[in-house]
Write a protein that binds this ligand. Structure first.
Ligand code: ZN
Length: 134
């Protein structure tokens, strides 16, 4: 893995949370994106070479909705940039990690993504993400 790409934060209200994080970070979000497949609406902030992703559930089926019901708002996942997500998924499978999706899927911000089960990472949901080269 190359570096922490972003930290995902589960929020109840994207609009008000965007304002809070704009004030906190001193930068405006550069993108708001609906990820229909995940039932989330997201906003991204660039902070140096890393990003902060705010995630709001758009339906009760959303993992973000369930997360907030159980644990409240807060850090939801840490995402690591990888060069080759297929190779990294194979490597992690061979190491015995449980992947939450068998194939990479399309995530927000032009990325292929895969999640590693939090039970295998001391309670932290880990996301792998690879930039989609166009
Ligand atoms: Zn993410």
């Amino acid at each position: 893995m190359k570096k922490i790409e972003h930290i995902g934060i589960a929020v109840k209200d994207l609009t008000s949370s965007c304002k809070t994080y704009e004030q906190l970070l001193g930068v405006k979000h550069y993108k708001v994106e609906l990820v229909a497949s995940e039932n989330v609406s997201t906003a991204f902030f660039q902070v140096g070479e890393n990003k902060v992703e705010l995630l709001e559930a758009t339906s009760e089926q959303s993992a973000i909705h369930q997360f907030i019901q159980k644990r409240g708002e807060g850090i939801h996942h840490i995402a690591f940039a990888v060069d080759d997500i297929y190779a990294e998924m194979d490597r992690l499978r061979n190491e015995g990690f449980t992947l939450l999706n068998e194939q990479p899927k399309n995530g927000a911000d032009n990325k292929l993504i895969c999640f590693v089960h939090p039970k295998d990472a001391n309670g932290v949901l880990i996301e792998l993400c690879q930039e989609i080269k166009s």
